[in-house]
Design a protein around this ligand. Structure first.
Ligand SMILES: Nc1ncnc2c1ncn2[C@@H]1O[C@H](COP(=O)(O)OP(=O)(O)OP(=O)(O)O)[C@@H](O)[C@H]1O
Ligand SMILES: [Mg+2]
Length: 433
């Protein structure tokens, strides 16, 4: 026992000396490297996707138009409803938030009976939540649950009329609401002002789904789009200005050379002029450079960032596929492991049935599975080519286009399917050849 204490003391003394002298201390190097590492980010927040910058280059016209449309509020009249649409990353949300912020400032300065409420319908999720947020904006208290929608609607109407507020509400990603619940609520809301004068509700609907209008009843459409604003994709040159503005706030001087900004802008413009994509690319490239301990962001970091983002996208797209499509992908992984790289559709169907049996799921018919395979083909996940097999007739040969490890990652993250990855197929694989 004594011996043991003696030994422990010796070793702790040894450790202490180690720290003092610094020789061989495993953490010393880590600390030194972390502290001396060149800094790239000055303000990381600025590169977050929900950050609304002080300046929005190339959107002056949209800001002005929306401002003009909303300007009657400042004189106590209800403005027209507005419908805003344009592809993803074209600045719709940023412009509305910016205009609301500026109108909010003047409203409080002039003490006007106005309220500006931004609601993201996808995040709010339900009609009830949207209604309670509208009530909250004018100070009408409603419980989170428990009332009927009609009751909350009535409280909103009463609140607007009694308090005399003019409420301008932005329904961002409005398509999420309409696709889940139809357009009844919008119909009711566009009619809520009947009998009010001065007070009431104006709606700004925002969507990146260019077919959204098809979902609307013509009466709702005509009142929602009394005014319309279209946001066009940015050009590469415009994206350079947007990125330069951000970069000057987000990064230390010299950390992000102009060529890198130009490259990110060009890559994002080549897709469809999406500012979010351009900003993400630059942020991830800077993170890669920082992790490597490099002083500057370079082209190679942007290329790596592109891969990381692309991988993230594939993961997201595949994770949301329905169960049976994922089972088909799992079959393809197991077939490939069994040495059948490009199986014919019959073999895929057999493997698929085997997997359904293992997890106790009723298999779909061959025909349904073929149509799921065609969908995966359209998504670019796999390729299904018609081949002639002489006296066996024609069939389809299926090859995965997405790297197999990326598909595996998705299946591994699925609680139900992950165990299947350890399975060895029992079907006769030789018959495929
Ligand atoms: N003109 C601009 N100046 C500076 N930043 C911008 C500009 N336009 C967009 N951004 C930035 O790009 C990102 C995407 O913009 P935003 O969220 O407004 O796009 P969106 O049109 O609402 O896209 P979605 O349809 O996907 O919701 C945000 O971080 C936003 O701050
Ligand atoms: Mg948006």
């Amino acid at each position: 026992m004594n011996n043991r204490i003696h030994r422990d003391l010796q070793s702790s003394k040894g450790l202490f000396q180690w720290k003092e002298s610094g020789a061989g201390d495993p953490l010393e190097e880590v600390f030194k490297r972390a502290l001396s590492r060149p800094k790239i980010f000055k303000n990381r927040e600025v590169m977050r996707s929900d950050y609304v910058p002080e300046k929005l280059p190339h959107r002056d016209e949209h800001i002005r138009s929306l401002g003009e449309i909303l300007s009657p509020t400042l004189r106590g009249s209800r403005p027209s409803n507005v419908f805003i649409y344009g592809k993803t990353g074209t600045g719709k949300t940023a412009v509305v938030k910016y205009v609301f912020k500026r109108f909010g400032e003047i409203t409080s300065k002039e003490k006007l009976p106005l309220k500006f409420e931004y609601i993201n319908c996808r995040i709010a999720g339900t009609e009830y939540r949207v209604l309670t947020e509208l009530c909250g904006a004018i100070g009408v208290k409603v419980p989170f649950t428990g009332l009927s929608k009609a009751e909350v609607f009535n409280r909103l109407r009463r609140g607007l009329s009694e308090k005399g507020y003019l409420l301008v509400a932005c329904f961002d990603e409005i398509d999420a609401l309409v696709k889940n619940y139809g357009d009844n609520l919008l119909y009711e809301l566009t009619r809520i002002n009947e009998g009010f004068n001065g007070s009431g509700l104006s709606i700004i609907g925002v969507s990146n789904d260019l077919h959204f209008k098809d979902y609307l009843d013509p009466r709702v459409l005509s009142s929602l789009s009394e005014e319309e604003l279209v946001f066009h994709p940015y050009t590469a040159i415009e994206l350079i200005d947007i990125l330069s503005e951000r970069a000057s706030e987000a990064f230390y001087e010299g950390a992000v050379p102009q060529e890198v900004i130009n490259l990110c802008a060009a890559l994002a413009a080549a897709e469809h002029g999406d500012a979010r994509r351009a900003i993400d690319l630059l942020r991830v490239a800077a993170e890669v450079a920082e992790r490597n301990g490099d002083e500057k962001v370079e082209e190679k970091h942007v290329r790596l960032a592109q891969n990381i983002i692309e991988r993230g996208r594939v993961f997201e797209a595949l994770s949301t596929l329905p169960l049976h499509s994922k089972l088909i992908l799992t079959s393809l992984i197991l077939l490939k492991r069994g040495g059948v790289g490009d199986p014919i559709s019959g073999t895929v169907y057999q493997a698929y049935r085997e997997l359904c049996g293992l997890i106790g799921v009723e298999p779909l018919t061959n025909r349904r599975v073929s149509s799921l395979i065609s969908e995966l083909d359209m998504l670019g996940v796999l390729k299904s080519d018609l081949v002639n097999r002489g006296r066996y007739g024609r069939t389809r040969k299926i090859s995965l286009l997405t790297p197999i490890d990326e598909v595996e990652e998705v299946i591994r993250s699925d609680e139900l399917l992950s165990t299947l990855l350890n399975h060895k197929l029992k079907i006769d694989l030789k018959r495929n050849r």
